[in-house]
Design a protein around this ligand. Structure first.
Ligand SMILES: [Zn+2]
Length: 329
């Protein structure tokens, strides 16, 4: 009897670290003191950062960075503040690029590119912060290189596939490009997406923002997605139930993981000012092409004779003097 008890206690202690590790991931009080990037990973952090730098240079050769510092510095500041309340051990580089989709791309090594479309879609700072916090969840858990490891890719040239996993699954998995990906790949991507939602929600909350901002921005992104890719979905006969699951998971996590606080930041005047700047950029009238220089009027020799016959006698003051001289005689 006693042996059985010892065995049971042994089992209990064996299972404890696993249970604690699992709970730690769901406990916002342990942010920064836990390892959320555990898992098989062929890439060291240094290697990951080198790969990310290389990929970021490729992106910046193609994408158009937003030049307005009022916008880019605001978004970078917002992201860095969230990062300070995150588990990320990788420094973040956050930039804004022009793009209509309400989307963001996260590369290995902490590079996050935010589309202007995502900022336009966000109505409050807490919504934009929620989207950024999700991306920071990917960075903290090192999803990019873990996905590369799991896919047995192991080649830098093949890593751009990670754009699918690094961005929003809600958008990317419905995109035509994603449909050719193997199911196993998408399955792992979905697991990472829901983990990024869970971690991001905690970072949002820990930074003092209204966690419902995540529900609000996801609803907007998913409805944009259905509008844009509705035809593709209809063709495949799939209803993509994971959209609803994603929203209800966030709501469930808010109730079970987060202790209610008396107040949250929903919006700031900095956000509103930045948004005005972005809208002003949108409204800049397109430059009017300069008028074509007027071509010189050319007269041929015959035209000049005709013109002088018609005009000179009428305009020449001498004509009236001559006429007057004749009439006074
Ligand atoms: Zn994502």
């Amino acid at each position: 009897m006693r042996r059985v008890c010892v065995f049971a206690v042994g089992l209990f202690y064996a299972a404890l670290p696993l249970a604690c590790a699992q709970d730690a991931k769901k406990d916002p009080d342990q942010i920064g003191a836990r390892d959320v990037s555990k898992g098989v990973n062929f890439y060291s952090i240094e290697k990951e950062m080198a790969i990310g730098k290389q990929m970021s240079e490729a992106i910046e050769r193609q994408a158009k960075l937003v030049g307005d510092k009022g916008i880019s510095e605001y978004v970078a500041r917002l992201g860095q503040n969230l990062a300070r309340h995150s588990d990320s051990k990788i420094p973040l580089t956050i930039k804004v690029i022009e793009g209509d989709d309400p989307n963001a791309v996260t590369l290995p090594g902490g590079y996050i590119y935010v589309n202007t479309g995502l900022i336009r879609t966000s109505d409050t700072e807490s919504e934009l912060a929620a989207a950024l916090a999700h991306e920071i969840g990917h960075v903290a858990a090192r999803h990019g290189t873990r996905q590369a490891t799991q896919s047995q890719i192991g080649q830098v040239a093949a890593i751009p596939l990670l754009f699918v996993g690094g961005g929003w699954l809600g958008l990317c998995a419905r995109g035509a490009g994603a449909l050719v990906l193997p199911i196993s790949y998408l399955g792992t991507v979905r697991g990472f997406e829901s983990e990024a939602d869970m971690l991001g929600l905690q970072y949002l909350y820990k930074s003092g923002y209204d966690p419902l901002g995540m529900v609000d921005i996801f609803e907007k992104i998913l409805s944009f997605d259905v509008r844009k890719h509705g035809k593709i979905i209809a063709k495949l006969g799939s209803t993509h139930p994971e959209s609803d699951d994603r929203l209800s998971n966030v709501q469930k996590n808010i109730q079970t993981m987060l202790k209610a606080r008396p107040e949250y930041v929903v919006n700031t005047s900095d956000f509103d000012n930045m948004k005005v700047r972005l809208l002003a950029l949108d409204w800049v009238p397109k430059p009017v092409p300069p008028e074509e220089p007027k071509r010189p009027t050319l007269l041929r020799e015959g035209d000049r004779l005709v013109a002088s016959k018609k005009t000179v006698p009428q305009t020449d003051p001498r004509a009236s003097q001559i006429k007057e001289a004749y009439t006074t005689r």
